[in-house]
Design a protein around this ligand. Structure first.
Ligand SMILES: NC(=O)c1ccc[n+]([C@@H]2O[C@H](COP(=O)([O-])OP(=O)(O)OC[C@H]3O[C@@H](n4cnc5c(N)ncnc54)[C@H](OP(=O)(O)O)[C@@H]3O)[C@@H](O)[C@H]2O)c1
Length: 245
């Protein structure tokens, strides 16, 4: 029987690549999306054509508790279990410090932090009943170090995700492992507004001199979630090509 993975925010970027990697290892995949229905459908078809796995498409705003509860019920009804949860969905609303608003700060926390908590809470209930499971939270190097005040709300949310990771690892031990990845710069839509000069300057601060491809993050997420990482728990793994300031 195939294992099942739920990847939040897997219509695009790191999440979509993570869905491909899990499918390539024989996992049934739940693709969660919010706005990018066409991308999610296309990815679902691609995965079904390339791998012998099942796919469930699930539209859900992870910051809304009723939607999260419904999504998890729907997954259990189809697959009976969730072996791995990847809390990947996230947003960033970068602005100058003086332009920061409470509304955008709350929105960022609602998706990145409360959303991660909500999905983990509802999935965690089933993992406890199953007696096994693994959770990978996608934080950021911005949640560990401070680089740019223009993303202070995002950074606070990602520092919160690291704190959640540690508390969840305690709560769910010994049978459920909880870890986090902290990526540095990654080539996804999240960074599509950056200009070439900034990208070039930032790349000089990275020992490998370039941004990551989404697959380079997805591979680490897969490893942490899988049995191959059975003795890694409560860890935060930087995947940043050796970023230094
Ligand atoms: N890119 C980077 O440089 C970088 C670095 C460090 C960490 N990260 C983290 O990595 C994760 C993935 O980022 P990415 O670069 O792949 O971003 P992305 O390309 O912008 O994709 C974001 C994904 O999150 C989903 N999403 C956003 N809000 C949602 C909500 N309320 N409910 C459900 N899904 C939602 C989007 O779904 P729809 O499009 O369907 O709405 C999309 O699939 C994020 O947590 C991000 O903070 C990224």
């Amino acid at each position: 029987m195939n294992k099942t993975v739920l990847i939040t925010g897997s219509s695009r970027g790191i999440g979509a690549e993570t869905a491909r990697v899990y499918a390539s290892h024989g996992y049934n995949v739940v693709i969660n999306y919010l706005n990018s229905k066409d991308e999610a459908k296309k990815l679902s078809e691609e995965i079904k054509n390339n791998y012998k796995v099942e796919v469930l498409l699930s539209k859900c705003d992870i910051s809304k508790e009723d939607e999260v509860e419904k999504m998890v019920e729907e997954i259990i009804a189809k697959f009976s279990k969730i072996d791995v949860l990847v809390n990947n969905a996230g947003i960033a609303i970068d602005t100058l410090y003086e332009d920061k608003t409470v509304e955008n700060f709350r929105k960022t926390l609602d998706v990145n932090l409360i959303g991660t908590f909500l999905v983990s809470k509802y999935v965690g209930e089933y993992m406890i009943k199953q007696g096994q499971g693994s959770i990978v939270n996608v934080s950021s190097t911005n949640g560990i170090d401070t680089y740019y005040p223009m993303s202070l709300d995002y950074d606070a949310s990602k520092a919160g995700v690291i704190s959640l990771t540690h508390n969840m690892a305690l709560e769910y031990s010994p049978n459920i492992r909880v870890n986090a990845v902290a990526p540095g710069w990654v080539n996804t839509d999240m960074n599509k507004e950056l200009d070439d000069e900034f990208i070039s300057e930032e790349s000089q601060k990275i020992l490998v001199n370039r941004f990551a491809n989404p697959k380079e993050i997805a591979n680490v997420i897969y490893f942490l979630g899988s049995e191959e990482a059975s003795y890694i728990n409560n860890a935060v793994i930087r995947v940043d090509g050796g970023f230094y300031v």
